[in-house]
Design a protein around this ligand. Sequence first.
Ligand code: ADP
Ligand code: MG
Length: 250
Amino acid sequence: MDRALLEIVDLHVSVAGKEIIKGMDLQVKQGEVHVIFGPNGSGKSTLLNAVMHLPGYTVDRGEIRVKSQNIAEMTTDEIANLGIGMSFQHPPKIKGVTLRNFLGAINRSEDLDEVIGELSMDTFMERELNVGFSGGELKRAEVLKLYAQSPDLLLIDEPESGVDIENIAIISQAINKILQKETPMKLRERSAIIITHTGHILNYIHTDIGHVFMDGTIVCTGNPQAIMDDIKKGGFSGCTSCIRQQKDQR
Ligand code: ADP
Ligand code: MG
């Protein structure tokens, strides 16, 4: 049951010739939900984009393994087919493709219609994908996409950004359903990395392990709620002084 779905070792990633991820390690085991906190522009989205091999993100050093396979030579669709699904912070708009056609092409779930209802997306099925969608609608469509893909590992980039409280609750409920949160932890097959800037999502989704990501690396790992409480008190700059204290004590 201790199977690692994702292993990241000494990862360095550059974007447009600039090093953004400056050496980091992370392991996500089956059933675990990780949350990554971090200030804007620290490289959180870059991390997820690099794992999916999206164009423009260059792995300069280190290794990413999915289900024990080194993905260095794989294309984005091959990585997705290993069982990784990503919901974007800024989902692309795709003219000419309806939400229905899109979901039809990727669906692997059995009860998609039910979840379309739960996410109140029934009336969006004939619309072009994400075109003219509001903040909350975009995120609901992203989560619906994840549900259809039924991946083993979910990469969820800022599910609550630009979304009102009512929509956060609806989105979180669907994410909890994908993550089999009603099943005992040891029996859960799916894992996730959830990225958050505000931490608001913690009120809705139980996460197991928290990380603070700053200036291109993970600077702290621990209990998600304890980390959140510290960030609320001292901001992310508090994390910096905390690292300094740790270093001074050595
Ligand atoms: P976060 O998600 O933590 O807010 P990002 O990973 O989006 O941070 O961005 C980290 C840095 O990388 C930023 O300075 C951003 O401008 C830069 N960056 C990200 N993507 C690109 C890109 N496609 N082209 C140029 N710079 C980029
Ligand atoms: Mg981001």
